[in-house]
Write a protein that binds this ligand. Structure first.
Ligand code: 13P
Length: 255
């Protein structure tokens, strides 16, 4: 499988934004526009408290609905946390793991990532594993090393047969919410090094099933050029996914 046969994946991460009514409106609008979806996969990662309502509205459409984080134990004394199976139970079919804000604002360590990805897969969720370097790490020429370290921790419990259910998102921390997008060259280079690692780790056939998304200040006016990069299989969109006017043109980047 190559870029041309992997289905483009356009995902919106609402983070801690919108409210219940605006969430449902946005889902209705995007659902109405998507039709049968067909040639691309579209999903929203929503605040967990809205998951049940949002997934009820999305029902019957190809729109995917996911949580933004999960814990790796199935139950227990973990106040404030949500098990992957709980997200599944209220209608999520996917989840983000290792988002930059989880790592840098909430100090989630690399050691948790492998267990989180395993728990998500075992609960029948499709994870997007987010990785990316900080500005200091890029300036210190450590980008490749950091990506490799994050991949190694995340893939601790991943086998080749999991590959078709797992997606990677490369989100350079310095490009998230800053309006500063990584250059075509920077994105291409990072994605190529991620794919090379995946091939080494899982073998070519399994690695080629996996999509690698780019995230960080994706907007309607740069979506087409980012999707034109040979190694980019999709986009993970923050701010521009909060309104139909900005998200629909990103979904329809090639029209
Ligand atoms: P922005 O698109 O707002 O930069 O956010 C990117 C992101 O973190 C998506 O997960």
């Amino acid at each position: 499988m190559t870029r041309s046969t992997r289905k483009p994946y356009i995902a919106g991460n609402w983070k801690m934004n919108l409210d219940r009514a605006r969430s449902l409106d946005l889902i209705k609008t995007v659902k109405g526009r998507l039709g049968d979806g067909g040639d691309r996969e579209v999903a929203f990662f929503v605040p967990s408290i809205y998951l049940a309502d949002v997934s009820a509205v999305a029902q019957g459409s190809p729109l995917g609905v996911g949580g933004q984080n999960c814990w790796f134990e199935a139950n227990g004394a973990f106040t404030g946390e949500l098990a992957a199976r709980m997200l599944r139970e209220v209608g999520a079919d996917r989840v983000l793991v290792g988002h930059s804000e989880r790592r840098h604002v909430f100090h989630e360590p690399d050691e948790w990532m492998g267990r989180k990805l395993r728990a998500a897969l075992d609960s029948d969720l499709l994870p997007i594993y987010c990785i990316g370097e900080t500005l200091d790490e890029r300036k210190g020429n450590k980008t490749e090393r950091v990506l490799k370290r994050q991949l190694e921790s995340g893939f601790e419990k991943i086998r080749a047969e999991d590959a078709h259910r797992l997606t990677i998102a490369y989100e350079p921390v310095w490009a998230i919410g800053t309006g500063e997008t990584a250059t075509i060259e920077q994105v291409g280079q990072a994605h190529r090094s991620i794919r090379k690692w995946l091939v080494q780790r899982l073998g070519e056939d399994a690695a080629n099933l996996m999509r690698i998304l780019y995230g960080g200040s994706v907007k309607p006016d740069n979506a087409k050029e980012l999707m034109a990069i040979d190694s980019v299989d999709g986009l993970l969109v923050g701010g521009a996914s909060l309104q139909a006017e900005t998200f629909l043109p990103i979904i329809e980047y090639d029209r």
